[in-house]
Unconditional design. Structure first.
Lengths: 485, 162, 102
């Protein structure tokens, strides 16, 4: 038990230590800060994997712990197996963001980027570890403030405009979530997850009080604004387009997932028994996939296409949540991991292209495959994974979600999701044709391959995609053997 | 006691509408401070003494000082303010919306016979605030420390001249 | 429902409505702070009333104290960015920096 308690405490203590080190760091030593933060994120990934191994050996599924500050060691945090997978994703995306920011961030902003990155990691680690509705709101607020300041770090005109839109939508979402929590507190005197799950089990599918329905609608609406689902998605494309690429990776890779989808998973456990709510989540999911894909077909800016693609993939995760059951949960969590990996690969490619050609409008590019071969190959593999081509990892997660929908009785939704993945392939194919294949225009004749940390990040992420895709059947067999499936 | 609370709630609404609709930013900030004081009185009458003290000292003190200093450092000409922002015209519809929705809410509640799910007002459970805050809500205290550090770093980042 | 309950709940709803209206329709950056603060005070009122009914006053007071800390941090960060914008663009108007399309 000792190793597990050290691991679980370190998820919160290590980013705090990084925070204090960044306070003491001088401007001249900021590269040392980058190396330290890289080391810390690698440690977080290693600890998450080690935690999964320990959970398997000890045959437990959750672990309560507390921070050893007061004498009475109260158990205030909970570590679940789902949390470990998301902690691994957080470490991975933070590492990729550091590798990109090493090259693209202007020199005088690197130290403030490091500090805000540590508070962001702290907020996201906190959300997956707590067992309480109100603390979840508090950590959502921490993530909101940190990402708002990160978006507005480069003080260009577009950056500030999109930061303000993000702030207004985020404040609206916070108010809705908080009002929902206040109504739940009015109904039952306790807001802990364990207590609310007990109450939900005894009630089953019975019709509820009007106050209860109102609180559920408010909390789900607030969380949908944070996720970027339609019709609340208007902040997402602007924020991704105008922020620096390292911040876009963070936003699309973990912020909309930790603060949005993971909180929806935990909240759906409380009232997932109500059929009306699951049906409405499924309808919103289908509309999100469709509208995200349709808008992505018209755009001309590389990062804007990727932002609408994120909106579309959030729809798949909403479908997985609404399907319910163990298969739906495993499909959604695995899709979170896959989306983190392939969206980070695509944003890294965007950073590479921006570094070399200083533009991101795709109608000015063409035929870059001969000059940037590694970028083209990794982008192609990421595109195949998004569209769900076997044997890459994206195929498995989409398959699991569609099978879960079939089991839950949402057969029409499953068929529609399958048909809509043609749109996913369509807009990515258009992107690839415009950027990498075709004729090279005159202005692009002398770009060369990007070097250094960005190339390393691309290759690393592609290796993970292919390896997990080839090895996923073994994970499925293992899960079946240990009785979870 | 209930009549006092209702009068304070009425004043809160009036001050809030003044804060939203006024065209001078200074008067809006002072109206916000008055809303906080009224809320503090209501909290004290609902037997939440510590929360009332925090509300009056922090919200109507600290937040008002911060907003007033931000307003006075970014001072624009009063004639300009009136012409550019047109706050009174843009938000002139607010009192009508509020009165209409107030009547609508009361009407819905009375006709649909919606009831709050409790029988009678319970006696206060004898947990003092310090026990609750430090023992069972310790995660909240950690969250507060982290959000204060985040706010400090955000201000440092925003004030560095590029 | 007694008249007192209706008064408290109706005031809370109307304050949230006023706050969200101010948040979405304003052109001045500092008014955003005022809108968010008014809506959070409405939530404070709901939580205090819920604690009064349930008898769990300690829990309600710790919620209220946490919400007050969040309000202060939001006010400080927004004032900071408004001062920064004023130094750069010499205006507090949000319309001056609106250029992106949705």
């Amino acid at each position: 038990m000792n190793a597990l308690s050290y691991i679980s405490i370190s998820f919160l203590i290590i980013p705090l230590m990084a925070l204090f080190i960044c306070i003491l760091l001088k401007r001249s030593r900021q590269n040392l800060g980058f190396y330290l933060m890289g080391l810390f994120t690698l440690t977080q990934m290693g600890f998450a994997l080690h935690g999964l191994v320990l959970f398997n050996n000890l045959k437990i599924s959750e672990f309560l712990f507390g921070l050893p500050i007061t004498e009475s060691l109260t158990d205030i945090f909970t570590l679940k197996s789902v949390s470990l997978v998301i902690l691994f994703c957080i470490g991975l995306v933070a590492l990729v963001s550091l590798l990109i920011a090493n090259k693209t961030m202007p020199e005088d902003k690197k130290l403030s980027y490091l500090r805000l990155l540590s508070t962001l990691i702290l907020g996201m680690n906190g959300i997956v570890l707590i067992n309480d509705l109100f603390t979840m709101y508090l950590f959502i607020e921490i993530i909101g403030i940190s990402s708002f300041v990160l978006i507005s770090t480069t003080k260009t005109q577009e950056g500030l405009e999109s930061a303000f839109i993000y702030l207004v939508m985020s404040a609206l979402a916070s108010i809705l979530i908080l009002t929902g929590i206040a109504f739940i507190f009015m109904r039952t005197g306790n807001v802990e997850f364990s207590y609310l799950i007990e109450v939900a089990k005894t009630q089953g599918n019975a019709p509820q009080n009007a106050l209860t329905y109102l609180s559920y609608i408010l909390i789900i609406s607030g969380l949908l604004i944070k996720t970027g689902a339609v019709p609340f998605h208007s902040w997402l494309p602007d924020a991704h387009q105008s922020a620096d690429t390292s911040v876009s990776v963070l936003l699309s890779g973990i912020v909309i997932k930790a603060a949005g989808v993971y909180c929806l998973i935990t909240v759906t456990e409380i009232f997932g028994n109500l059929y009306v709510i699951r049906l409405s989540l499924a309808i919103i999911g289908i509309i999100t996939i469709a509208i995200g894909a349709l808008f992505a077909l018209h755009q001309n800016h590389f990062k804007r296409i990727l932002a609408y693609s994120s909106v579309s993939q959030m729809g798949y995760m909403l479908l997985g949540i609404s399907a319910g059951g163990v298969l739906g949960l495993i499909g959604t969590v695995f899709h979170i991991f896959n989306h983190a990996v392939f969206k980070s690969t695509l944003f890294t490619n965007a950073a590479a292209i921006h570094e070399e050609t200083h533009t991101l409008e795709i109608d000015k590019m063409g035929g870059l495959q001969k000059q940037m071969p590694i970028t083209a190959t990794t982008s192609l593999i990421a595109f195949l994974s998004t569209a769900g081509i076997p044997p890459l990892s994206g195929f498995w997660s989409k398959l699991l979600i569609i099978i879960a929908l079939w089991n839950a009785g949402f057969i029409g939704f499953g068929i529609t999701a399958l048909v809509l993945s043609i749109f996913t392939a369509a807009y990515f194919l258009r992107l690839q044709m415009n950027v990498f294949f075709g004729q090279t225009p005159e202005s692009m004749k002398n770009v060369h391959e990007v070097g250094g940390s960005i190339k390393f990040a691309e290759v690393f992420l592609t290796i993970i995609t292919v390896a997990v895709g080839l090895g996923f059947p073994f994970i499925l067999l293992y899960l079946e053997a240990s009785g979870i499936l | 006691m209930e009549i006092t609370i209702s009068i304070c709630l009425g004043f809160m609404l009036i001050f809030a509408v003044i804060a939203v609709m006024n065209k001078s930013m200074l008067k809006s900030a002072i109206a916000l401070a008055l809303v906080s004081i009224m809320l503090g009185v209501v909290l004290y009458l609902l037997s939440a003494e510590w929360a009332a003290v925090f509300e009056i000292s922090v919200c109507s003190g600290l937040v008002t000082v911060i907003s007033v200093s931000a307003i006075s450092l970014t001072n624009e000409d009063k004639g300009q303010l009136q012409k550019k922002y047109m706050d009174k015209k843009r938000m002139a519809i607010l009192p009508y919306i509020l009165i209409l929705s107030g009547f609508l809410l009361v009407f819905i509640v009375l006709t649909a016979k919606i009831d709050l799910p409790y029988d009678k007002i319970s006696e206060p459970v004898s947990d003092s605030l310090s026990e609750v805050l430090w023992n069972s809500r310790q995660a909240d205290v950690w969250g507060q420390i982290i959000i204060l550090l985040t706010g400090a770093f955000a201000v440092v980042t925003l004030f560095k001249e590029a | 429902m007694s008249a007192f309950e209706i008064a408290v709940l109706a005031t809370g709803f109307l304050l949230i409505l006023a706050g969200c209206f101010c948040l979405m329709r304003t052109y001045h950056i500092i008014k955003i702070i005022i809108g968010i603060e008014i809506a959070m005070k409405a939530v404070t009122l709901f939580i205090a009333y819920a604690g009064h009914i349930n008898g769990e006053m300690g829990l309600a007071q710790s919620f209220i104290i946490t919400i007050i800390v969040v309000e202060v941090v939001i006010a400080v960060v927004l004032s900071g960015i408004s001062l920064n914008l004023y130094k750069k663009y010499k205006s507090m108007d949000l319309r001056n920096i609106r250029k992106l399309k949705g």
